[in-house]
Design a protein around this ligand. Structure first.
Ligand SMILES: [Zn+2]
Length: 398
């Protein structure tokens, strides 16, 4: 049911096709974030009219908000969203991290400054071999690899991720190693929980009426430590999974993201797709594609649209700063706002009036920009012009 084919390579950048139950995903591609199985500001009736090839829904949020039964009853995330293309759900690991080290260290995947001390003992979560215990909404929750897989089965997305422990850029080598080894053991439990080995065998024997199939991706961890990243990549490379996520702490500077990819990707099987989790700035996309990344997901396009930031082929526009400009945001853009000649000033007026159309138009515009960006990348790789395209974009996205 799933098959990944690389169509063309321009050095290590590659373009390919990932066949899924919801059609072909052309790569490289970015997933737009549908946190609660809904892309904010985009009504259901509009989702298929936009150029959205790939979405990712948060396992942790749908679970803690009690949405899983309704999504399952609808027939899975695709039916619930009335969306026809490829879907993914994340493992929940990153959201759990955000409640622990992420919260107390006040960091994300990339720490904003060089850590002066490592801090391993101030986690707000209780992480044991069994899973992660935390309190949420005054309830005590035990999140385990089995629970993550059980929820993701019920959500029924095409691509699902194994439950991992996401470490902080401020964690020590010792702690990161322990967490990575735990993630490796948790992968074994995810594989058993999904009964993945037998489903792959069934698939080979081609049973068309078999249950919905999902592609499990394993997540490489190891923080910002070269030896650990290499060890994790080597371990994951041997597993019976259809693709890989690259997750966790990605360093303290943007350059360290490149290092993590340089250590990891050459050790993973070339013929399987790789998804860099939670990264989506224009520059980072180019620097990752050039290293062999196929898939991304990021809240940037949709979240920034709601904060009045528009992405254009000439760089980012802050609508608040340009509110008197009586011009279209991007003349080359085919979104509803730009193709109807709605100007930045007019958009700002809609925002000022809190008109819901403002949020929709800005979000749809950024979705169009990112879809075009990824399409341009695919076409440039196919015609050996990736590096020229990279230079062109990076002039406006330094
Ligand atoms: Zn536009």
């Amino acid at each position: 049911m799933f098959e990944f084919n690389i169509l063309h390579k321009n050095k290590n950048a590659r373009t390919g096709v990932f066949k899924t139950p919801h059609g072909k995903l052309l790569t490289p591609e970015l997933a737009f974030v549908a946190t609660d199985a809904e892309i904010r500001a985009i009504p259901k009736k509009s989702i298929n009219k936009l150029t959205i090839q790939y979405t990712i829904t948060n396992t942790f949020h749908t679970f803690t908000k009690g949405l899983v039964p309704a999504i399952e009853q609808a027939g899975g995330v695709n039916d619930y969203m009335e969306y026809k293309n490829v879907t993914a759900t994340d493992s929940g690991g990153f959201q759990v991290f955000s409640l622990g080290f992420g919260k107390i260290h006040q960091v994300g995947k990339i720490a904003s400054k060089e850590p002066t001390i490592t801090r391993d003992h101030d986690n707000l979560l209780q992480i044991t071999e069994k899973g992660v215990m935390f309190s949420y909404d005054e309830k005590l929750i035990m999140f385990t690899p089995e629970l993550s897989i059980a929820i993701q089965k019920r959500l029924g997305a095409d691509i699902i991720f194994a439950f991992d422990e996401c470490t902080s850029p401020l964690n020590s080598h010792e702690y990161t190693k322990k967490a990575m080894e735990r993630t490796h053991r948790w992968l074994e439990r995810c594989l058993s929980a999904i009964d993945y080995r037998s489903s792959i065998i069934n698939d080979r024997q081609s049973s068309p009426s078999s249950n919905r199939q999902q592609a499990l991706f394993a997540i490489v961890q190891g923080g910002m430590f070269e030896d650990l990243r290499r060890e994790s990549a080597k371990f994951m490379a041997k597993q019976l999974v259809l693709g890989f996520g690259i997750g966790g702490a990605l360093g303290t500077t943007k350059d360290e993201v490149k290092d993590v990819l340089d250590w990891t990707i050459p050790l993973l099987p070339e013929e399987k797709p790789k998804h860099l989790l939670g990264i989506g700035q224009v520059r980072d996309i180019f620097e990752s594609v050039v290293r062999g990344v196929d898939l991304f997901d990021c809240v940037i396009p949709t979240r920034e649209a709601r904060h009045r930031i528009l992405y254009t082929t000439k760089g980012k526009i802050n609508v608040r700063k340009y509110k008197t400009v009586n011009e279209v945001a991007d003349k080359n853009c085919r979104c509803q706002m730009c193709s109807n000649n709605l100007t930045i000033q007019q958009l700002n007026n809609l925002f000022f009036l809190k008109d819901p159309r403002a949020y929709y138009l800005a979000t749809a515009h950024n979705i169009q920009f990112y879809s075009d960006l990824m399409k341009n990348i695919r076409e440039a790789i196919a015609t050996d012009k990736f590096f020229e395209l990279k230079e062109k974009y990076l002039k406006f996205y330094p």
